[in-house]
Design a binder for this molecule. Structure first.
Ligand code: ADP
Ligand code: SF4
Length: 691
């Protein structure tokens, strides 16, 4: 490690958060992880890795303070009663073991809590339907003064339990329309006419009371932070900049740290398709001047220079990160040690967010070890050394092949990576050229850089491999990462058998468009039965190129699965603004020479749409011919091991392909449990004594 002064030294200055001192300016701000109360040890191991990677403070996700704050089916933390303390203590202990301060984010979810598990009546400033993603048919009751007194007491209880659990920083959540104080602050949700409603002074009353009581309860034993939405992004209907200037003007000196967020979670965790790094600067700049206390903010920061700018320009004191810390838990250490080229930059895809939305353990496109620290013992920077001096051939350099080659290389194996084409990266290199997806190239960049530094990994481009080549070169261990191709027969979810396609029709697949082919006519029908990003991205591409695009989908929303990445509304807006015609709840049943036959997805009502060309975004077929050819060689004992990985095994997300490559590398030369058994560690609920 260099002892020379570095332009990044400013990022490693200690900063006080009330009674505790952060060793540097990096804070892993609270982030959900789909593990929460269900998988506490998995979360503990994940947070420990973050701490080990150099973050000064590592937070939990939002932790519900009471049974009226229950946001089931989503899985967050819970500190409802004393029996929740040991799990949270385990997380705090793990963070301490990693060398960071442990932070906890306390939430009373208010109008965001449908209480589907607890069946308590939701509490809110005003009697409104709950504000949840799932539009639950539940209404909240307007809080009485007695309810407010209860809430304040519950908060104190949660603060006391947080201290018992060993937390050093306690964050009071008033952001993203998730934290209940947000609902009090916002004229959108606060329709009260008593001293808790009306003017911003009144609307901040409850937040003030809770902050003051938290300071009193903490009594110098921990730092106190306040996480607050600085602009609700809906004009005067919501929390405005002027409101928040008044809030920080009034309450600015009460907590030890201000944690500034923008709008809703969708606004704050924007994907790279819809916004650049540091997008929130415009909303956060200037607020620091209103308080003597430090401020932290986020911006999908991965550029150390940009981080330095945030501090030097007086915008932030702390660099906050959720996603960049997920993609690279060792980001601070890598900057400190001057190993910038080894940073695994977040690509801004929000696959991590999909873990929360699908209530499954967090995953990350860039960091396949995310969520696997406890379950499989994976680590973002370390992997066990090789178990033999085998030489391994990896065929195909998409995300699966790249990650397999990289991780095997780190293990110390001699690896040959053979790629048929001239460029590396497979689908990532190609898809990164589509509108809005340029940051995805980082999946290749990180791995190409890592592989380039390894003498034991050889890369051969323009090297299509077949069985004869492989046997001739004497490879004994082969990973087949040859990817997949998009189908052109309509098979996907709606149609599980091919649909009639007139040979005279101009039919294109995503592969054709990515390879540069274009529709022969102006009027294009795009049938999306995939439902992730590809259909919407290609509709956008063709519309921008001047085509009249009709997107037909059996789902009720375009790119419906992107609900899980918080992009679905943004995609619809962009498509409509680009003139794309949406035909929702509609399927394509046949492709004719100059039209498609459609049917309503509910009642089958038949119709047709004129089409010069048709784009089918349906299922993909694994490219498994090489794998099948080699199966014979394996049976004959001509090779020793053979595995298909990534899309060549079963087409899925880029994140799944990277994970599959990592799994191959982890399991190579490893004695595995029989696959009748679960292949990873689980934490099973402890039974109550009686029932
Ligand atoms: P994944 O997502 O599983 O990594 P991709 O489709 O992104 O799969 O990448 C597959 C890569 O494999 C492509 O770059 C493709 O050119 C390459 N490939 C396919 N068949 C062969 C082959 N027989 N020999 C070498 N490379 C191949
Ligand atoms: Fe970034 Fe995507 Fe990883 Fe989330 S899943 S941290 S957005 S690379």
């Amino acid at each position: 490690m260099s002892t020379q002064p570095s332009p990044y030294d400013i990022l490693f200055e200690p900063v006080r958060i009330g009674p505790v001192t952060a060793k540097n300016r990096f804070i892993q701000v609270p982030h959900c992880n789909g593990m929460g109360y269900r998988d506490p040890s998995a979360q503990a191991a994940m947070r420990r890795v973050k701490a080990e990677g150099g973050w000064a403070v590592v937070f939990t996700e939002q932790v519900e303070i009471h049974a009226t704050s229950d946001i089931a089916p989503f899985i967050e933390g819970r500190i409802w009663e004393d029996q929740d303390v040991p799990a949270l203590a385990r997380i705090a202990d793990a963070i301490h073991e990693g060398g960071a301060l442990a932070g906890i984010e306390l939430v009373h979810s208010g109008l965001n809590a449908p209480n589907l598990y607890s069946r308590e009546t939701p509490l809110s400033p005003s009697p409104l339907p709950v504000a949840t993603y799932t539009a639950d048919p539940v209404q909240a009751r307007a809080m009485t003064k007695a309810d407010i007194a209860d809430l304040r007491r519950w908060h104190r209880n949660a603060v006391r339990r947080s201290l018992q659990a060993g937390y050093d920083v306690i964050d009071i959540y008033s952001g993203h329309a998730f934290g209940g104080f947000h609902h009090f602050l916002s004229p959108r949700y606060n329709l009260r006419t008593d001293e808790y409603g009306g003017s911003i002074r009144n609307r901040m009353r409850l937040l003030r009371e809770v902050l003051e009581e938290t300071m009193e309860e903490v009594d110098g034993r921990a730092g106190v932070a306040c996480r607050i939405t600085v602009d609700e992004m809906i004009g005067d209907a919501g929390i405005t900049r002027a409101d928040i200037e008044e809030v920080i003007g009034e309450l600015g000196e009460i907590p030890d740290l201000w944690d500034l967020v923008v709008g809703s979670w969708e606004d704050d965790s924007n994907t790279s398709r819809f916004g650049p790094e540091g997008e929130s600067e415009q909303y956060v700049a200037g607020l620091k001047a209103l308080t003597s206390k430090p401020v932290v903010g986020v911006g999908r920061f991965t550029s150390p220079d940009f981080m330095v700018h945030q501090v030097k320009a007086g915008i932030l004191d702390f660099i906050g990160a959720a996603r960049p810390s997920i993609a690279d838990p060792f980001l601070p250490n890598k900057i400190r040690e001057g190993r910038l080229e080894t940073i695994r930059e977040c690509i801004g895809c929000n696959i991590c967010v999909s873990g929360d939305f699908t209530m499954s353990p967090i995953r990350c496109t860039q960091n396949p070890s995310m969520g696997e620290e406890f379950r499989r013992g994976w680590h973002p920077e370390r992997i066990k050394v090789r178990g033999s001096d085998s030489r391994i051939l990896v065929v195909g350099s998409g995300p699966a092949g790249l990650e397999a080659a990289r991780a095997l290389g780190v293990r110390g194996y001699d690896v040959v990576l053979a790629e048929a084409g001239r460029e590396l990266g497979g689908r990532v290199a190609k898809e990164a050229r589509l509108p809005g997806l340029s940051a995805w190239i980082r999946v290749l960049d990180y791995r190409a850089q890592a592989i380039g530094d390894m003498k034991n990994v050889e890369v051969y481009r323009e090297s299509p491999m077949n069985r004869e080549d492989i046997l001739e070169f004497g490879f004994e261990h082969v990973a087949v990462a040859t990817g997949a191709t998009w189908r052109r027969d309509g098979v996907a979810r709606w149609h599980t058998h091919p649909i009639p396609v007139d040979p005279a029709a101009d039919v294109l697949t995503p592969d054709d468009l990515i390879a540069g082919r274009r529709p022969r006519g102006n009027r294009v029908v795009l049938f999306d039965d995939d439902h992730y990003y590809m259909g919407g991205v290609l509709a956008e591409l063709l519309a921008k190129e001047g085509h009249e695009v009709h997107l037909v989908t059996p789902e009720a929303r375009a790119s419906a699965w992107t609900y899980n990445t918080m992009e679905v509304a943004k995609i619809a807006r962009r498509l409509l603004n680009n003139g794309v015609h949406l035909h929702l709840n509609t399927t394509v049943n046949a492709v004719r020479a100059d039209s498609v036959e459609t049917a309503n997805a509910y009642n089958g009502a038949a119709d047709s749409l004129a089409a010069d060309s048709v784009v089918l975004v349906t299922a993909r077929l694994p490219e498994e011919s090489l794998f099948q050819d080699l199966t014979g060689a394996l049976e004959l004992g001509q090779i020793k091991t053979l595995r298909a990985i990534g899309d060549a095994y079963a087409p899925s997300t880029i994140a799944a392909a990277v994970w599959s490559g990592r799994r191959y590398a982890e399991e190579f030369d490893t004695e595995l449990a029989p696959n009748d058994d679960v292949q990873f560690r689980r934490e099973v609920t402890r039974l109550a004594e009686t029932y």
